[in-house]
Design a binder for this molecule. Structure first.
Ligand SMILES: [Ca+2]
Ligand SMILES: [Ca+2]
Ligand SMILES: [Ca+2]
Length: 191
């Protein structure tokens, strides 16, 4: 007896149309799953990057306010807590106001100001924090999309030496999801 391979059965065991359709469906599911993962991984990475930017922006602004306030010899909170004006003595060897104190001269003023052009706190686009290094200097933008934290004023003098600081910077001006960083701090003058 001679044994021969069954080529007819071998041909019948190749992929059928149904098997091809099932495998194609599985490949489609895997592809869609991978693309979905990549999309949300990209969004997540973007959110992390944006949050870092907001953190840095808010932190830098707060640090500048604290550092400059430490150097002033007096300050005033104006505009219902929206403006902080600090008085700086530029020359400790000169008593420019002639009162016998070398360190209390109003040689120049610096201004930190929270602005809301449309007077609507809910529209964040025009809510800004700016800094003027002198009374006549052009205002520098420190942060955008500012809002209050609760009902607290941005600035509040807690004593003649210390001013409290409270503000939030929110995201949302691009495709990333809404993010927010809150700054609650205080600044004290050393002079
Ligand atoms: Ca002086
Ligand atoms: Ca003086
Ligand atoms: Ca507004």
């Amino acid at each position: 007896m001679t044994l021969r391979p069954d080529f007819r059965r071998a041909g019948a065991s190749a992929f059928s149309l149904v098997e091809l359709m099932v495998s194609a469906t599985i490949v489609s599911f895997v592809t869609v799953g991978f693309l979905t993962y990549m999309r949300y991984a990209g969004i997540s990475a973007l959110n992390v990057t944006n949050q870092a930017v907001y953190n840095q922006q808010a932190g830098n602004a707060a640090t500048l306010i604290v550092q400059r306030t430490r150097l002033c010899h007096s300050f005033s909170v104006q505009n219902s807590g929206g403006t902080l004006v600090i008085d700086i003595d530029d020359d400790p060897t000169t008593d420019s106001d002639g009162d016998g104190n070398l360190y209390n001269d109003p040689d120049h003023q610096e201004t930190f100001q929270f602005s809301d052009a449309d007077s609507d706190p809910a529209t964040l686009t025009d809510n800004t924090l700016s800094y003027k290094p002198t009374a006549t200097a052009t205002a520098q933008l420190l942060a955008r999309r500012i809002s209050r934290i609760g009902g607290a004023n941005y600035f509040a003098a807690t004593s003649t030496k210390t001013v409290s600081l409270s503000f939030a910077v929110s995201g949302g001006d691009n495709s990333a999801r809404g993010q927010r960083v809150e700054i609650i701090s205080s600044a004290s003058r050393l002079n």
